[in-house]
Design a protein around this ligand. Structure first.
Ligand code: NAP
Length: 286
């Protein structure tokens, strides 16, 4: 099985590397070609300079790019040359609607599609411990299970195409609330002049412990916000969640206030920082 990977960003580099370690990766493509060349040399795979040529050579194509329009752009190029019977797995976070559009563009050419967004951060991508939420046909999921297993510790087949992205939207609403809670609580700790590393150690071991606190608590309180997960990307995800909530007739106020906060941070030039940069707004001494 020839596997190709498109999109070597913060997530894609770790995911592609784990595919190579499992001896599954044949080729990579990245829009900024130098990144593909560097990783291909390191992993001893082929660097492709265009998506259509990569797609023609592969049985399975994975993509992890930024937003809805990027996914559709990539899918249209794949559709021009991919083999009948090829399988495309999009691991970006986009809307269910985009996943359905991608599936129908590819179906017309006899190419199968899974939406398979991930959670677990850059650390999960590097360690091969991502949680993958998959939408699409069960038989296709089984065919590519070894590919997914190379990158993850948990694969949940949710249902039909689009259901992986809908589940990821649930995850993103939850992350907004966690970000609000953790940044606010740590600013509160700072305001009490408590020894932060001791607070982090104590809280992490109890009922309030969580992934975000473990991975970003120390860095955010030290004023470091390297991505991680760019807040402009979470902002894009929360827009999708807001649309879904409106369609369902429910409100998601924690997400709404997070969108407003991210807009302010993006306007201040912090859109490429990790989502923990929300701490900047919570900290009155910023
Ligand atoms: P990133 O570091 O910004 O990387 C984005 C990648 O997509 C880059 O390789 C970029 O190429 C490529 N790209 C963007 N638009 C493209 C286009 N139109 N055509 C071809 N390639 C394009 O983002 P990331 O953090 O890896 O996130 C990727 C996806 O995973 C996003 O949908 C994000 O929401 C999701 N996600 C991220 C995390 C996280 O913690 N970072 C966790 C879970 C899910 P260039 O190198 O040329 O810019």
């Amino acid at each position: 099985m020839q596997v190709g990977f498109i999109g070597l960003g913060a997530m894609g580099i770790g995911m592609a590397t784990n595919l190579a370690k499992a001896k599954l990766l044949a080729g990579v493509y990245n829009r900024t070609a130098s990144k593909a060349q560097a990783l291909a040399t390191e992993l001893n795979v082929t660097a492709y300079t265009d998506i259509a040529t990569l797609a023609a050579d592969m049985d399975v194509l994975l993509s992890c790019v930024s937003a809805d329009s990027d996914v559709l752009e990539v899918i249209k190029l794949i559709a021009t040359t991919a083999k009948t019977g090829a399988i495309v797995i999009d691991m970006s976070t986009v809307s269910s609607e985009t996943a359905k559009q991608a599936a129908s563009l590819l179906q017309a050419k006899g190419i199968a599609f899974l939406d398979a967004p991930v959670s677990g951060g850059v650390e999960g991508a590097i360690n091969g411990s991502l949680s993958i939420m998959v939408g699409g046909e069960a038989s296709i999921v089984e065919t590519v299970r070894p590919v997914l297993e190379a990158m993850s510790s948990r694969i949940i087949h949710v249902g039909e195409v689009g259901s992986g992205q809908a589940t990821k939207a649930v995850n993103q609403v939850m992350c907004a609330g966690i970000n609000q809670a953790v940044t606010e609580a740590l600013m509160f700790a700072a305001a009490q002049n408590l020894p932060m590393e001791k607070v982090l150690a104590a809280v992490a071991g109890g009922a309030a412990g969580n992934w975000f606190l473990d991975k970003r608590g120390s860095t955010m309180t030290n004023g470091t916000f390297a991505p991680g997960f760019k807040l402009a990307l979470h902002h894009k995800d929360l827009h999708i969640c807001q649309t879904m909530a409106a369609q369902a007739g429910i409100s998601i106020p924690l997400s709404d206030m997070t969108v407003i906060a991210y807009q302010q941070l993006m306007a201040d030039g912090f859109g490429d920082e990790d989502i923990s940069a929300l701490y900047r707004l919570k900290n009155p001494k910023r």
